[in-house]
Design a protein around this ligand. Structure first.
Ligand code: 4AD
Ligand code: MG
Length: 438
């Protein structure tokens, strides 16, 4: 009998097939059992009748417990009322592996318990759906850049220098010396862009963030395009095009998952280009006005020149269906490599893309300083050691060109699109300040 996956059942209506998976749940009486069997690709209801299978097999099926593994062989019926549109009328049922006292029952569990059991929690319907949305986002990103002639450029995880500031570096021993885990592949990506014109990196990044927010992991995945001869407007256009491509792809391919997550899909469908571009000064004005109208609200007070907090990002996107792009942040709290605006030298030619529905910062990007002397002074101003950056300065010594790029936080994007509360559900095994297990 042919082994098929639940997601392919529509091609086998009327045929006899074998399904191999795990028992999600079962119900029924002493003559008829309804086994919900999941195989990773979907869930199908299998009808087990005592009259068809005989006493012994029926009793075996009836005694099967949550998450035991099993095989069911039977006939595929199309049935609109059945979840997924199909059911299997069983002819044989076989127990593969027992599962006694499975710890995660359909009742509510606390967060800590679920995280301790993440290796099993992954099997639950919503967690299953989130990771399939994540998968789709990753492939949409790859397709978007591959279709546009970008080269996938893998950058190292062990690095000798800081990229995004020195405070949140993980230092690891490296033979007789020490290394830092990469906070961003960008600097290497710039070398790639000088060789290939357009590249993107996609890999894990590490930040020793001592923050316990819903938006921070210590290990997260970032995708960073880098493009030679690109300016700020072009950089933002690329980010907008990519974001729309991802959204359209997930809406096209992962509707069942979004529905399983009870995501309000109309909110995703409401996202439209162009995304508003807002100068930092204008954003600051909005925040100051808001704070004066809501003097008692926690997190709302704001002074011009500050970086945004989570509450500020929410206020700025409150009336927008689409992500917004804030430009020209004060250089003071931005990275050393960002190019300054000639007309406003205390500002950087950079942008943050902030998502709607409280999604927070999804993307940070900028034009890079391409002038050798200015870059040397920036490295000094940021108290960074010169020696590890010599190779990076070579990119300004030999055929320097204007160039730009950005970094998209994968888990933040998954959190937004899948409508989750916390980043810890958006990666298979989350790493946070207070959690490294399982
Ligand atoms: O804004 P960030 O720090 O930018 C960079 O690292 C640049 N080198 C990118 C570039 O221009 N090539 O980080 C980029 C994105 C953020 O917008 C956010 O989505 C995500 O990475 N991010 C985090 N995600 C999860 N946990 C954390 N601790 C994160 N820190 C940043
Ligand atoms: Mg940022």
């Amino acid at each position: 009998m042919m082994r098929v996956y639940v997601e392919d059942l529509s091609r086998h209506v009327g045929e006899d097939v074998e399904i191999a998976g795990w028992l999600y749940i079962q119900r029924g009486n002493n003559k008829l059992r309804f086994l919900q069997v999941r195989d990773g690709s979907g869930i199908v209801q299998c009808i087990v009748a005592k009259n068809d299978l005989g006493e012994e097999v029926f009793e075996l099926a009836k005694a099967m417990t949550q998450e035991c593994s099993l095989k069911v062989r039977g006939t595929v019926n199309a049935d609109e009322r059945a979840p997924g549109g199909h059911e299997i009328v069983a002819k044989e049922v076989e127990l593969v592996g027992e599962s006694n006292d499975y710890p995660i029952s359909p009742k509510e569990h606390g967060d800590a318990f679920l995280l301790d059991n993440r290796h099993l929690w992954l099997r639950s319907k919503k967690q299953h759906a989130v990771l399939r949305v994540r998968h789709e986002i990753i492939w949409a990103i790859r397709d978007f850049f591959n279709n546009r002639g970008f080269l996938l450029f893998d950058t190292p995880m062990f690095t000798p220098n800081a990229v995004e500031g020195t405070t949140d570096l993980f230092e690891v021993s490296y033979f007789d010396t020490s290394a830092f885990l990469s906070q961003s592949g960008q600097l290497y990506g710039e070398a790639g862009a000088m060789a290939h014109g357009r590249i993107y990196t996609f890999g894990p990044t590490f930040r020793a963030e001592k923050s316990k927010t819903r938006r921070h992991l210590t290990e997260f995945w970032m995708m960073e395009p880098e493009v030679a001869y690109l300016d700020l407007d072009g950089d933002m256009q690329l980010a907008e095009d990519m974001t729309m491509y991802i959204l359209e792809r997930v809406l096209e391919k992962r509707r069942p998952e979004l529905e399983a997550l009870e995501r309000d899909i109309s909110k995703l469908e409401a996202v439209k280009r162009p995304f508003p571009r807002i100068h930092y000064d204008k954003a600051a004005e909005t925040l100051i006005k808001y704070a004066s109208e809501h003097p008692d609200e926690e997190g709302a007070p704001f002074t011009h020149g500050e970086d945004f907090g989570a509450r500020h990002e929410s206020i700025l996107t409150e009336n927008s269906d689409s992500p917004i792009m804030v430009t020209h942040f004060p250089a003071e709290f931005k990275a050393f490599y960002m190019k300054r605006d000639e007309n406003q030298p205390d500002r950087v030619l950079g942008f943050d893309m902030i998502g709607p529905e409280d999604a927070g910062e999804l993307i940070g990007g900028s034009v890079r300083e391409d002038d050798y002397d200015k870059l040397v002074s920036r490295i000094k101003e940021h108290d960074l050691p010169m020696e590890p950056f010599e190779w990076y300065l070579d990119l300004r010594r030999y055929g320097s060109v204007p160039h730009a790029g950005f970094g998209l936080g994968l888990e933040r994007t998954v959190k937004w699109i899948a409508g989750r509360d916390h980043l810890r559900e958006c990666i298979p095994f989350p790493r946070m300040m207070y959690r490294m297990k399982p």
